[in-house]
Design a binder for this molecule. Structure first.
Ligand code: CDP
Ligand code: MG
Length: 245
């Protein structure tokens, strides 16, 4: 496989889809038979705040940001059942992966989706009124069942955020990888190259990492941080961790 056949996209089956038992439906409508795309990777994730915040970084500061973070963390749909606060993250691979999946997902707003594209996945979503302490409606949140990367650039950023290279079979990866020469540890939003009590080891010598992530870590270590944040690298190593770092 090469070129366009290696196009990739990230899909998240969000907590409202899990709660409403639409997982099978989504997997079915995104099957290789329907889309011509193949599964490259998948994982079940209890989304922590760092990952949620990085995934939706472009929406920081917007009125729907905090409710959106609660939604993707599963807190809105399973407030009292942390064990059910999950999303299913999937990488699909194949020609025009981004466009094909966005077409099947449909418009962001479920009401618009129902009007403009009946039958798309998001037409089954809902718009939830958000209330303040006085029970007044202060905004809305769009519960639209799945996330789908909007562009190839977004897909690359998101796939590298949710998946380590080793989560994807070697022949299905297309982003450059590199072996780490050093130990990298993370604690309290800081990077260390030797062990600190309570820190988490992101990488050890010989571990495979996305090349762009290693460049970011090296830049931060040398006091020359680039555009990519430390959290955007650390997030995937904190997936399904129970430790607070
Ligand atoms: O998911 P998509 O790329 O289609 O839309 P987005 O503009 O990147 O927004 C990300 C997510 O935020 C949406 O899928 C909605 O769940 C949520 N959202 C919302 O609740 N209210 C809005 N006005 C816009 C987006
Ligand atoms: Mg988007």
């Amino acid at each position: 496989m090469s070129g366009k056949e290696m196009d990739k996209t990230l899909v998240l089956i969000k907590p409202d889809a899990l709660k409403n038992s639409l997982t099978g439906y989504v997997l079915s409508i995104l099957s290789e038979f329907h889309t011509g795309l193949c599964f490259a990777a998948t994982k079940i994730v209890q989304v922590n705040r760092i990952l949620a915040d990085e995934h939706y970084a472009e929406h920081r500061g917007k009125v729907f940001f905090d409710p959106l973070i609660e939604y993707i963390m599963g807190q809105s749909h399973y407030p009292k059942e942390p064990n059910k606060q999950r999303v299913i993250a999937i990488v699909y691979l194949g020609a025009d992966a981004v466009k094909k999946v966005r077409d099947i997902a449909g418009p962001t707003n479920p009401h618009v989706a129902r009007e403009q594209k009946p039958g798309c996945v998001r037409a089954l979503g809902t718009i939830v009124p958000l209330k303040n302490a006085a029970d007044e409606v202060v905004g809305t949140r769009m519960d639209n069942l799945i996330h789908a990367s909007a562009t190839d650039e977004e897909a690359e950023r998101e796939i590298k955020l949710w998946f380590k290279p080793n989560d994807i079979p070697p022949f299905l990866r297309s982003y450059p990888v590199k072996q780490s020469d050093l130990h990298y540890y993370y604690k309290g939003k800081k990077l260390f190259t030797s062990h600190e009590p309570g820190s988490i080891c992101l990488l050890a010598p010989g571990d495979l990492a996305w090349e762009s992530d290693l460049d970011t870590l090296q830049g931060i270590k040398n006091g020359k941080p680039g555009a990519q944040s430390l959290e955007s690298v650390a997030a995937k190593y904190l997936i399904n961790e129970i430790r607070e770092v």
